[in-house]
Design a protein. Structure first.
Length: 379
């Protein structure tokens, strides 16, 4: 099945009780049983809910996986993966991570005796060198937030497999329209469904998709035991979002390409970070593992002062100043004080995330209007 057909039909079966084409929002906490232990496959809504089930099947389908799991947020999905580990285990991960992931690793899981090694995931030698006998998980974000660095999923999955570790890929930035990590050897795909999957800035949710039944069973046990499940209305919203993911992503990619090139040619703009530029260090790998380059990018001004950046950040009208990304409307963000404020300044600067970096989530409006808005703000 081709991608558009797949996204529209994923997880959808007419509702068995009425034939409703959209899976209803099953607002119920429990299910009446005919006799003790005799039920219709639903016992208690933390464990199973029909709306969530439809979504979880859709998630698996769009990531070319066998099993999907929905969580109450992206970080709850990440949290569930980390709970596969035990004290003493080690994780190899990138030095340019979503701020909330970094905070979860350093401030929560380090306290439970898990050790994290942060490396440049663009360098296979660095990944290899960080692996030890205790490494049980490689956590890869590609493209990264906000510097758009690229990790080679197939090559890193080979390293993971040869060392008996799992590879989990945070696929939030690319979305399943642009990249399917399981096809390249990843064991787990993670999403903040809050972003492109939902796509309309109206829900917080997370997802995991896997192929291996034993791994699914472990993650389902954690989902049920720890309880970070999404409500049925939120599941409905993400299920609806998935139906137009391909249409939205096509426009995000078109607009992203136009704006990245426009920024690069602007006399006042310095470095532009976008993985679709042929001279981007990760371009060859991005071209190999992605179907397009998306609408996420960041840039610096030639006047590389925080004041100049702040002036741009507060002068756009169509680009709203806000955290988050992946919605239909364009957003502008200051990672140093917003999404990545939880990363110590020293760490940020060392990894190339300057105080004056500006991040854009290019929406699906008309590119000409977006460019006019940026032109006015940059001056
Ligand atoms: C937003 C985000 C997360 C966290 O997801 P929430 O839904 O906000 O909990 C994780 N990874 C990336 C890349 C993100 O952008």
């Amino acid at each position: 099945m081709k991608i558009a057909t797949k996204f529209i039909h994923a997880g959808m079966e007419p509702d068995p009780s009425t034939g409703a084409i959209m899976t209803p929002v099953y607002m119920t906490s429990t299910y009446v049983q005919e006799a003790p232990g005799v039920n219709k496959g639903f016992e208690y809504a933390r464990s199973q809910n029909p709306t969530r089930k439809a979504l979880e099947e859709a998630l698996a389908t769009i990531e070319n996986g066998q099993y999907g799991l929905a969580f109450s947020s992206g970080v709850a999905a990440t949290d569930a993966v980390l709970k596969l580990l035990a004290p003493g285990d080690e994780v190899v991960t990138g030095n340019d991570l979503y701020g909330g992931t970094y905070r979860l690793f350093t401030k929560v899981f380090e306290r439970f005796g898990i050790k994290f090694r942060y490396v440049d995931m663009g360098s296979l030698e660095a990944v290899e060198a960080a692996m030890s006998a205790a490494t049980k998980l490689i956590w890869l974000e590609t493209p990264t937030n906000p510097l758009m660095n690229i990790g080679d999923i197939a090559a890193i999955s080979n390293i993971a497999r040869s060392r008996g570790a799992l590879l989990c890929v945070d696929n939030t930035f690319a979305s399943p329209y642009l990249q399917n990590p399981l096809d390249n050897g990843a064991d787990i795909v993670m999403h903040s469904s809050t972003k492109y999957l939902g796509g309309h800035s109206d829900v917080i949710q997370g997802a995991l998709v896997v192929n291996d039944k034993a791994l699914y069973d472990q993650l389902y046990f954690i989902q049920k035991s720890c309880g970070a499940v999404p409500g049925p209305m939120d599941c409905f919203l993400v299920l609806r979002g998935i139906k137009t993911l391909h249409l939205r992503m096509q426009r995000h990619c078109e607009n992203g390409e136009k704006i990245a090139h426009w920024l690069r040619n602007h006399p006042k703009v310095g470095k532009v970070f976008w993985c679709g530029f042929e001279d981007h260090p990760g371009y060859a790998v991005a071209k190999k593992q992605m179907r397009g380059f998306g609408g996420m990018m960041s840039f610096e001004l030639k006047d590389n002062s925080v004041e100049a950046a702040k002036k741009v950040l507060s002068s756009t009208h169509l680009f709203s100043l806000a955290e988050s990304l992946g919605g239909v409307e364009s957003l502008i963000n200051h990672p140093a004080s917003m999404t990545h404020a939880s990363i110590p300044r020293e760490e940020r600067i060392k990894n190339g995330l300057s105080d004056s970096l500006i991040r854009l989530s290019v929406g699906v409006e008309d590119a000409e209007d977006l460019i006019e808005d940026l032109a006015r703000a940059i001056g």
